[in-house]
Design a binder for this molecule. Structure first.
Ligand code: FUB
Length: 425
């Protein structure tokens, strides 16, 4: 199942910085997030901002909220259309490349992966005024320091970037050949001396294809599918990286929406799976997301340090608020947070504390290994007077030792609740 359930996410852009895998995504609105109330049951794209998630174990993901939005580009003409981005790091700065429908591709810059991102140009980085094909930018900085940007649907374009990463070097090139099944969503990278251009294949249903080359300028040779088309999906979009000795492909599907409806809406969700490279650099095909095993957890989670409440493997029905200090909200009876692979150690935990604010209250039952598993503690979050007034609630814990999945199960929930962070002792 998709790695995030608290928001609809699409167009995954992974970026590994040190110990952490950051994942920038676009953000399909849920019905209540659509700005025009008359459009709330429409099937189309309603995309206003870009979200950030992070992990250190590939099993639990932490939400960081919307780190950039269309409003960061003062020259944009549309309020909808925050489509696929990629963020890359160079010389301590983070460059976020974004399509601005009908206005080319822009770039935002930040000193931190968490933002804030600012527009250094006040105008597009590239803009081919004669068509609307300037979408889905991907940027790769080669070993010699030369950066390349590819993009486009249904044609593929590329250009070199200057070292400042916010201006182009030379002219825009259009591939004068069509990569097999190429539709959109290119993802450019290099691995073991081979250059790769992965992409979403011919719509619809889109799948994941790729091409290889000896040069970032091509020529590219199509190599087939990473994931074949299936009627269970419609749109797809690759993001590929190596992390802690494993290789991953990210993509997207409608499988969280399908928990509610099979009527088509653009409410997508990002999934990921491990990929394996053959000796010649080609990539072994992987089955459709739902036919895969869950991602292997790379290291257990330490519950004796501060854990953000928005860190989870599963949290369907819950929602995220805030940027910077992000919290869990929209808590209802029967919902739960699953945190995978929590290492309580041999001695086990004695107490549990959660920092929360509430114009209301909820009970949080701590269970091991399943939603119905053994209870190790029960916490009550009580009214704090305001959703901005946080206080710590504590409870005793018994029976939590060793390695377990932790379930925070909610009931007797009322009012507006914000869950900030928790910690065992
Ligand atoms: O998310 C909007 C668009 O859908 C992207 O730009 C495409 O790659 C496709 O995923």
């Amino acid at each position: 199942m998709p790695i995030v359930q608290t928001k609809y996410t699409a167009d995954p852009s992974p970026l590994v910085i040190g110990d952490t895998l950051f994942l920038y995504t676009s953000h399909d609105s849920s019905p209540d997030e659509i700005k025009d109330p008359n459009e709330r049951s429409s099937a189309g794209f309603f995309m206003y901002d870009w979200l950030l998630w992070s992990t250190t174990d590939m099993a639990n993901w932490t939400a960081h909220g919307a780190v950039a939005s269309l409003t960061d580009f003062s020259w944009r003409t549309r309020d909808n259309g925050a489509w696929a981005i990629q963020t890359v790091k160079r010389n301590g700065k983070y460059y976020l490349y974004a399509p601005l429908h009908g206005h080319g591709i822009g770039v935002l810059v930040s000193d931190s992966p968490y933002g804030p991102f600012k527009d250094p140009l006040g105008e597009p980085l590239v803009w081919q005024r004669e068509h609307w094909e300037d979408i889905d930018p991907t940027v790769y900085i080669d070993d010699d320091g030369q950066a390349y940007m590819y993009w486009g649907n249904p044609n593929t374009y590329w250009v070199m970037l200057n070292d400042d990463m916010i201006s182009v070097k030379g002219e825009i090139h259009k591939l004068d050949y069509h990569l097999d099944h190429y539709q959109e969503g290119p993802w450019l990278y290099k691995r073991n001396g081979h250059y790769y251009l992965a992409y979403a294949t011919t719509c619809c249903p889109e799948a994941l294809g790729y091409a290889m080359s000896d040069s970032p300028k091509g020529p590219w040779k199509s190599k087939g599918y990473i994931m074949r088309p299936t009627n269970r999906d419609r749109g797809n979009h690759p993001g590929i990286c190596d992390y802690k000795g494993h290789s991953y492909v990210f993509g997207q599907n409608y499988d969280v929406m399908h928990l509610e409806t099979f009527v088509h809406h653009e409410r997508r969700s990002v999934s990921a799976t491990e990929i394996t490279y053959n000796a010649d650099g080609t990539i072994q095909e992987v089955p459709y997301w739902l036919d895969q095993q869950p991602l292997k957890q790379l290291q257990p989670l330490n519950p004796y340090r501060r854990v953000e409440a928005e860190t989870m493997a599963w949290g369907y029905g819950l929602n995220i608020v805030g940027v910077g200090n992000t919290c869990i909200t929209d808590v209802n009876d029967g919902e739960y947070i699953r945190v995978r692979g929590v290492d309580f150690g041999d001695k086990g935990a004695k107490s549990y504390a959660m920092t929360a604010a509430a114009k209301g209250a909820t009970t949080v039952t701590l269970r091991l290994d399943s939603q119905d598993g053994p209870v190790v503690g029960v916490l009550t979050v009580k009214e704090t007077g305001s959703v901005d007034r946080f206080r710590q609630f504590t409870t005793k814990v018994k029976g939590a030792a060793g390695l377990h999945d932790l379930y925070l199960c909610f009931d007797k929930a009322s009012g507006d609740i914000r869950l900030d962070w928790w910690q065992f002792k």
